[in-house]
Design a protein around this ligand. Sequence first.
Ligand code: 2YG
Length: 295
Amino acid sequence: MTRLKTEDICNISSRVEHYNKRLLECTGKSLLGIACYACETDERRIKPVIESFCIHVVPDTSGQGIITGFCETVCAILRFLGFSAVVSEKADLSGVAHAYESRADAFMMADDNRFAGINLKNNCVIDNSRTTGRAFAAALDLMADGVKDHSVLIMGCGPVGAAAAQTVLFWGASVLLYDIYPQAAQSLEQRLLKDSWPGRKIEIQNDLHKGFSKTRLIIEATPSADTIEDDLISDHMVVAAPGVPLGISTAGCSILKNRVIHDKLELGVAVMAVSLVLQEKDLYKREIRSRKQYV
Ligand code: 2YG
């Protein structure tokens, strides 16, 4: 999992409005709209709750310590969405205790291993890797006018790629699993095959070039740059890229234009926040129901 650097995130707060416009151009939905779509809920249902939903973003000094601007950026994204969000004045346990004492609805916190949100009313834990995979699967579904009955190439079978794979399977797609470490693709394939996905295929794709020839729909969730070379970018390719750094060159992005979406925090944080409001249990019920609809 890539650890963000201050330079990765220092422009997010000032550009979130601009990014929102880009999301509307690429998907027809705003940052909040995509997050609601990812959570299979409706903006009209969520909006009335958001303004009074208080989220504390708590700095975490453990491990490699604070990333300058990280908490402030997460808070700015939440405020852009309409949440009542603050960066806690206290860090670590003091910040968590303060969130409880001030009756916050939830808090978000990230150490070197996990970035999670916790709903203080029902103790639901919302994990950023899972919400990021879900968010970018939703963005792909919207950009591609539906992944159902298509194959999606999952590049990178870590936690984010795995969540994206599960989401597009729920939505009726087949998946081609690629990872630079074949055993990562194999273990994801085994985990996914534990559930039944009638009518959908789960295949390992070791040869990327072949993968690009089999499908134009791609989730790029690797921690590497230049994983999709410019000359492999086709006119119809659609890429949702949660991977940090972006696996596509500037030239490649100008070929793809409105058919590529990438960010380092926004979409994953937006789905975390909506999931906290929705109370993850509802979301889980939705996943079961949507799986049933494909049986
Ligand atoms: O509180 C702080 O400032 C630090 N303890 C934050 C550390 C975050 C480390 N994790 C990462 O940089 C990423 N895994 C965060 C998620 C990236 C987007 N999916």
